[in-house]
Design a protein. Structure first.
Length: 228
């Protein structure tokens, strides 16, 4: 691995992403931001070409990870695929009388509830090396999970891919990737087609499974291949 001497700290990356968005009027494409930051940081050819074990360009992967953190903190949003936007730059709108729950949070909650019904101890947003959306464990005091679940509802597939792959290879956890977008679903199917321990499902499938939780838990256990 190259020294990546020109890659700044995470806090500086956060500040630089915010500044680029401000310079671009509060909104810019992901590719524009990545290009601007690479120039700003004066990355070498070696730094630009270095890839993660999952095959993704390392510095772009780091930028995506920092953007994911900024998004979770409510500092930026992704109004459309491949576009990042400052929260303060969004136009004010009147709240609807009834608002639909955030899809990412809704699916995270449902996967945690499904796990509990199947007899697992579940947690959300727990960090091993990566911060995972949902973990299922076989006991309350188990450190390592038996299942790792990532919810992809915002187009940051590289982070989800690497998180699932790491958990599968390092703690022998089965992976479940829940994809909201059909294009993300197809990409994930291709990525994990040779890894049977990582399952890709559509968000609609989770919705149907969640409905079954209260009616036929034994059927769900059969689906997940559990033996009790």
């Amino acid at each position: 691995m190259p020294k990546l001497k020109n890659l700044p700290s995470q806090s500086q990356m956060e500040a630089d992403i915010i500044q680029v968005l401000k310079d671009e009027g509060g909104k810019a494409t992901r590719s524009k931001i990545i290009e601007t930051l690479a120039n700003k940081w004066q990355l070498t050819s070696e730094e630009k070409e270095y890839r993660t074990p999952g095959g993704y360009v390392y510095y772009e992967h780091r930028i995506d990870g920092v953007a994911h953190k900024l998004r979770s903190e409510g500092k930026i949003s992704i109004p459309e695929r491949g576009v990042w936007q400052l929260r303060e730059a969004e136009p004010a709108v009147e709240p609807a009388p009834t608002t639909a729950p955030n899809r990412h949070e809704e699916l995270k909650r449902k996967m945690a509830e499904i796990g509990k019904k199947l007899g697992y101890y579940t947690s959300t947003e727990e960090r091993l090396v990566y911060q995972h959306d949902v973990l299922w464990k076989r006991g309350a005091y188990k450190r390592d999970p038996s299942h790792v679940i990532e919810i992809c509802a915002g187009g940051l597939l590289p982070k989800d891919f690497d998180a699932l792959n790491w958990a599968n290879q390092n703690v022998d956890a089965r992976g479940i990737l829940v994809a909201v977008d059909d294009a993300d679903y197809r990409k994930a199917i291709r990525r994990f087609e040779s890894q049977p321990d990582i399952v890709v499902v559509k968000a609609e499938t989770v919705d149907r499974l969640h409905e079954l939780v209260t009616t036929d838990v034994e059927f769900l256990k059969l689906i997940f291949g559990e033996k009790y």
